[in-house]
Design a protein around this ligand. Structure first.
Ligand code: ADP
Ligand code: MG
Length: 344
């Protein structure tokens, strides 16, 4: 009797496995470097040529956006806006206008903690460039005095942006990658892609579901470890999962780590109880802006903000190795690293 049951079991297992493998599709994968980071594509479609073409289109689109919004590319629209600060308004593309206005909205929502006019500070610290250094207090004070998101004038009729004072500047580094994720998604939809996964240096876009219809399982970065080492997993479909952390871009001096999310009040890298924040929501641009925002706001305020928003969830990791999540993640997040304590 036992033997028969075992036999039936192994047959059905075998059937199960072959049943699955019929549906299995090897993804077309590609890594590329853009937006100052490694970008990783995986497209699951039977038509490999089409998948490759879709990746080409995405990369072209990423370069277009970078060309407009980067502060590191000479003559990008944002660089031109910044060069003309205090002088004249500058005409920009619809999409630069859209992203800058979104960044303005988040500057407002967070009372300037997220601040799209943070460029003077970003530029003196130079984090992520070979000129990274701790600026003098004088330089910091000067930079802070030039940061004010209310000094930005949008003219929607003319599609222009103007910064009122010389030495002011816009930085879209905390939001542009999220926008890129949304634009990649549009390309997937236009090309009838059913399943894909994109990682833009910590901004993950889990498009639709896995090929077999099950949810994606996305690792949440362990901020205390190297990139790709996870502390937990979320199971999601069709979501952006965006993480900000002090490990992403930083330099060390005299044993101290200086990372790239800057507090416009102190002029120094954000220094509260948090070392990592992740946002899970459908829109990439909101996820990106919010992950930086809550990182700057700290655990209590950040958690309140996310709980007040519909269909947005967050994970907060603190210095003392505790992990907090918003209420909607209870059955979605799973802690896998026992060095951390799950607090709710
Ligand atoms: P990542 O680029 O690692 O995904 P973030 O989305 O958190 O990380 O963005 C960090 C970038 O945002 C910095 O490199 C800088 O360009 C910009 N930035 C730094 N401080 C602020 C701030 N207070 N408000 C808005 N943007 C900021
Ligand atoms: Mg961000």
């Amino acid at each position: 009797m036992k033997k028969i049951i075992l036999f039936v079991l192994s047959i059905s297992l075998l059937l199960g496995i072959t049943g699955c493998s019929k549906k299995e599709i090897d993804p077309v994968s590609r890594e590329t470097f853009a937006l100052g980071t490694i970008i990783d594509f995986k497209i699951y479609d039977k038509d490999q040529d089409k998948s490759n073409e879709v990746i080409d289109k995405c990369i072209q689109r990423i370069k277009d956006i970078e060309q407009k919004m980067s502060t590191n590319i000479e003559d990008s629209e944002i660089v031109i806006v910044n060069k003309n600060a205090g002088k004249q308004s500058v005409k920009v593309s619809d999409e630069t206008m859209y992203v800058a206005k979104k960044a303005f909205e988040y500057s407002n929502i967070t009372n300037g903690r997220f601040n799209l006019t943070v460029y003077p500070l970003v530029s003196i610290w130079g984090i992520g460039t070979e000129n990274a250094r701790v600026p003098s207090q004088r330089e910091i004070d000067q930079a802070i005095s030039n940061i004010d998101y209310n000094d930005i004038v949008f003219d929607e009729a003319k599609n222009t942006i103007y910064l009122k004072r010389e030495n002011q500047g816009i930085d879209l580094g905390a939001i542009a990658k999220g926008y890129v994720g949304d634009e990649i998604k549009k390309i997937f939809i236009e090309n009838d892609i059913k399943s894909a996964f994109v990682n833009l240096g910590g901004n993950v876009m889990a498009y639709e579901t896995k090929v077999d219809g099950s949810k994606w399982r996305i690792g949440i970065q362990n901020p205390l470890d190297t990139r790709g080492e996870y502390l937990g997993v979320v199971s999601v479909e069709n979501k952006s999962i965006v993480t900000s952390g002090n490990y992403e871009r930083y330099f060390e001096k005299d044993g101290k780590r200086y990372h790239h999310i800057l507090d416009a009040k102190t002029g120094y890298p954000a220094d509260n109880e948090l070392i990592g924040t992740s946002i899970i929501t459908e829109s990439g641009i909101d996820a990106d802006a919010l992950s930086t925002s809550v990182y700057l706001m700290g655990l209590d305020e950040g958690r309140k903000l996310i709980e007040s928003l519909d269909r947005v969830e967050a994970i907060f990791v603190t210095k003392d190795k505790k992990v907090y999540t918003t209420s909607g993640l209870k059955n979605i997040f799973e802690l896998t690293n026992d060095e951390f304590i799950y607090k709710n």
